[in-house]
Design a protein around this ligand. Structure first.
Ligand code: DGP
Length: 114
């Protein structure tokens, strides 16, 4: 998509602090970190959110999650990390390109919703 920020990050039109890349996904540090470690991993292909995933995306999402495990290992997140994907307005999704937040570096407790 031509006006999508994350598509522009994936294709290098907007600079980013890259953490990891493979053939289907790209991971980079969030511009507005909400934890000491805050990484976003996105599919290279434009997918709007979790809400539109279909059977054809199962391998892609599986690969993204094994990549999350790799990133967590490389970043030394042995003490734990949280993975969040906001989908739609009520969830507070601001960038409409599927992304998974990887948050770590502090104790976050048990609650998920403020
Ligand atoms: P969400 O609210 O789940 O849609 O999160 C979008 C995240 O994307 C938010 O934490 C800030 C981040 N973000 C937005 N624009 C940019 C950008 O240009 N570069 C980087 N690195 N992160 C961005």
């Amino acid at each position: 998509m031509t006006d999508c920020i994350f598509c522009k990050i994936v294709n290098g039109e907007i600079p980013s602090n890259k953490v990891f890349e493979d053939e289907v996904s790209y991971a980079f540090r969030d511009i507005n970190p909400q934890a000491p470690v805050h990484i976003l991993i996105v599919p290279k292909k434009h997918v709007e959110s979790c809400a539109v995933l279909g059977a054809e995306d199962e391998a892609l999402v599986g690969k993204i999650f094994t990549n999350i495990a790799k990133i967590a290992k490389d970043e030394g997140l042995e003490k734990g990390f949280r993975v969040i994907s906001n989908s739609g307005d009520d969830a507070g999704q601001t960038v409409h390109h599927l992304h998974f937040h990887i948050l770590a570096g502090k104790a976050m407790g048990e609650g998920l919703v403020p």
